[in-house]
Ligand binder design. Structure first.
Ligand SMILES: [Zn+2]
Length: 118
């Protein structure tokens, strides 16, 4: 998905930036809103990526709720995993994707490139 689609899905999933704020635009660097006073406000996109609540909201729209991934290989978790490292636990799917995002940034990948993998 694109950065704008990420924010739109978060809003659809119940994420709220500010009372009566309306999304104007979003790219991999900035999110621009019309705030409650009809002023344009621009916020660094990374602020949203570091908020677990936005990942949970996107997950509601993407159908991640109640689903988990293996904390070792990252595959979808179904009671156990083929990778045989079941001592490592499964993690909620939103958290799995949030971890993947941090890994992507550590590896120098762009936010846009990462979001395309969601
Ligand atoms: Zn696994």
């Amino acid at each position: 998905m694109t950065p704008k689609q990420f924010i739109e899905k978060a809003l659809e999933g119940g994420y709220e930036e500010g009372k009566n704020w309306k999304l104007i635009s979003a790219n991999g660097y900035w999110v621009t809103w019309l705030n409650g006073n009809d002023d344009e406000t621009t916020i660094d996109f990374k602020c949203y990526l570091l908020d677990a609540k936005i990942w949970q909201a996107v997950g509601k729209v993407e159908g991640w709720e109640g689903k988990e991934n293996c904390n070792n290989c990252g595959d979808p978790w179904e009671e156990a995993c083929w990778c045989d490292r079941n001592d490592l636990h499964a993690v909620p799917r939103y958290k799995h994707h949030m971890h993947r995002m941090i890994d992507a940034l550590c590896e120098g990948k762009s936010i846009e490139k990462f979001l395309e993998t969601l």
